[in-house]
Ligand binder design. Structure first.
Ligand code: ZN
Length: 557
């Protein structure tokens, strides 16, 4: 009997394409091996992630529909998708999930002890898709991609571990796996039966969980659309298709998916299966070293490339390898995100023709609970067209990112603040070199916790910042000796009824900065701990007068 070799790919539904890229290519370190469109709906993307070349067994694909409705996990679905890692990599992943603010469960033990023992951490993506990282000695046998940012090959994901099907009644589902597709039983544990195919081990496991009476699944963002089983070639595919017909099921004819050939059918438990051939693979239309860099279209859509590109949302790749090497290879700075340079961050290069920005790069520093995306709109309105450098704070307070620890509301952990300020300064220096920023044009714009670390940067590293917009700031610390801040311009936006950053603190901060020689403007408003339109307008005008006006040739410093 001709057998299924294991998993070929898993296809799921997502909402925002950029968040999907940042999570799977950026955080999990999978390689984007193909950026194409949904062949049945060319106005939406189809992303393929995998190992170095997208071997069968490593390919996770998504249809990201911006604003897609959430699906519901339930019976008749692939509920959980599991990735394989080496046992020694488990600690790395726990730390990485923590650092990225991804909630997880575990590690939990599963299976027998010894070589088949599994340690499992469970988590979800932004859309609620259920994922696992499974540490298993057998992961070694599967390839991994060694060039993901911040992930050494020994820690990288080695393709899929397996998938877990949720079905009402396991029996008919298991019969098709065993009799029609040639899977073999492995073990049973707490109502879940495991099967494997081909050579066995990670990449070939399917767990069938019978959960009679549980709610039925509904497709949508955060759910798996189908799982594809790998067949060696077209002839095997036709032979397996025959057996599917013999089992009384209704497979589609062979469909050409450009990178493989597909047959789809629904198994008795309601899960959509696909039989996918291993050839031709992802290098059919672009070289292996450039996989995923440009939008690839099948021949029928190539004549419509311009229209298709116009309606697809703009996306950018997370930093691949080191940001420096990526920039060296590309024609010019591209928008990037990822966790190179020591911080999860986004860098948006200045728009071409934006001379009015005067070489300014805004260092955006979010408040507690924000992230690297939060202040991008604020940055864009402060100085239209300016470059934006937006790191995410590394300290988590109950899951909320901050730039440094506090002992209580308004009581800062001074040791941590000193250390984190140095870290942030190193990041700014590394980013200046990597992205080729104008050393003299970096202006911080921070809110609340972000404003406080900006204040700490001003006092501890005079000269690093040309200026700062401090919104709802406090006195970060009392320096023993004031630095020389002549030539540094500071805008402070404060609320008279701010309970967190009281007026007396703001006045003290302004006078400290003035005593150090900085040029300080304070804008008061009748508001609390917030940023208002009025305040933003004032900051915008201040920027144009004190910072970016030097583009006209007159250097204010
Ligand atoms: Zn598929």
């Amino acid at each position: 009997m001709t057998h299924i070799r294991g998993i070929h790919h898993v296809t799921a539904i997502a909402s925002d394409p950029q968040r999907n890229l940042d999570f799977y290519a950026g955080m999990l370190g999978l390689r984007l091996v193909k950026r194409t469109v949904n062949f049945d709906d060319p106005q939406t993307y189809h992303f393929y992630y995998g190992d170095d070349v997208g071997h069968p067994g490593s390919i996770l694909t998504f249809f990201p529909w911006p604003g897609a409705r959430r699906g519901r996990q339930g019976t008749g679905q692939v509920a959980v998708t599991s990735f394989a890692v080496l046992p020694a990599a488990l600690g790395f992943w726990i730390e990485r999930l923590l650092r990225h603010g991804v909630k997880y469960d575990g590690p939990a033990r599963r299976g027998p002890s010894g070589a088949d023992s599994e340690a499992v951490i469970a988590f979800k993506d932004h859309d609620g898709l259920m994922l696992e990282i499974v540490a298993h000695a057998g992961a070694e046998a599967r390839p991994a991609w060694g060039d993901a940012p911040g992930i050494a090959r020994e820690n990288a994901i080695h393709g899929f571990h397996g998938v877990t099907l949720w079905v009402d009644d396991g029996e008919p589902t298991e019969k098709v796996l065993l009799d029609t597709l040639g899977f073999r039983p492995v073990r049973e544990e707490r109502g879940t039966r495991r099967f494997e195919a081909g050579d066995g081990g990670p990449g070939t496991f399917v767990d069938v969980r019978s959960i009679g009476g549980f709610v039925q699944g509904a497709g949508g963002a955060g759910t798996v659309h189908h799982v594809a089983w790998s067949v060696a070639d077209d002839a095997t595919q036709l032979a397996v298709r025959e057996r599917v017909v013999d089992a009384g099921l209704h497979p589609t004819p062979v469909i050409d998916r450009n990178y493989f050939h597909s047959v789809y059918f629904r198994e008795p438990g309601g899960v959509l299966y696909e039989l996918a051939t291993n050839p031709p693979g992802f290098a059919i239309d672009e070289p292996t070293e450039r996989l995923g860099e440009r939008l690839m279209l099948p021949p029928q859509y190539e004549p419509h490339r311009a229209e298709i590109e116009a309606v697809l949302p703009r996306i950018h790749l997370p930093i691949s390898g080191s940001a420096a090497s990526m920039l060296a290879e590309s024609d010019g700075p591209e928008e990037v995100s990822g966790d190179a340079l020591g911080f999860v961050h986004r860098y948006v290069p200045p728009e071409s023709g934006s001379e009015l920005a005067g070489g300014t790069t805004l260092l955006l520093l979010h408040g507690t609970g924000g992230d690297e995306n939060d202040l991008l709109p604020l940055g864009r309105s402060l100085v239209p067209g300016a470059g934006l450098l937006s790191p995410r704070g590394k300290v988590l307070e109950g899951g909320a990112p901050r730039f440094f620890r506090r002992l209580a509301e308004g009581v800062f952990d001074q040791e941590d603040l000193a250390r984190r300020t140095e870290e942030l300064a190193s990041f700014v220096e590394a980013a200046t070199a990597t992205y080729g920023l104008e050393r003299d044009g970096i202006v911080a714009a921070g809110f609340s916790n972000g404003a406080n670390i900006a204040g700490s940067l001003l006092f501890r590293r005079p000269g690093l910042l040309r200026g700062a917009v401090l919104l709802s700031p406090m006195v970060p610390y009392e320096p023993e000796e004031l630095p020389n801040l002549e030539g540094t311009s500071v805008f402070i936006g404060a609320g008279r009824s701010d309970p967190i950053a009281p007026a007396a603190q703001v006045e003290r901060l302004a006078s400290m900065l003035r005593d150090a020689g900085a040029d300080v403007v304070v804008h008061w408003q009748n508001a609390g701990h917030t940023v208002t339109k009025d305040e933003l307008d004032a900051a915008q005008r201040w920027m144009a007068q004190r910072i970016t006006s030097r583009a006209g040739g007159e250097h204010l410093r």
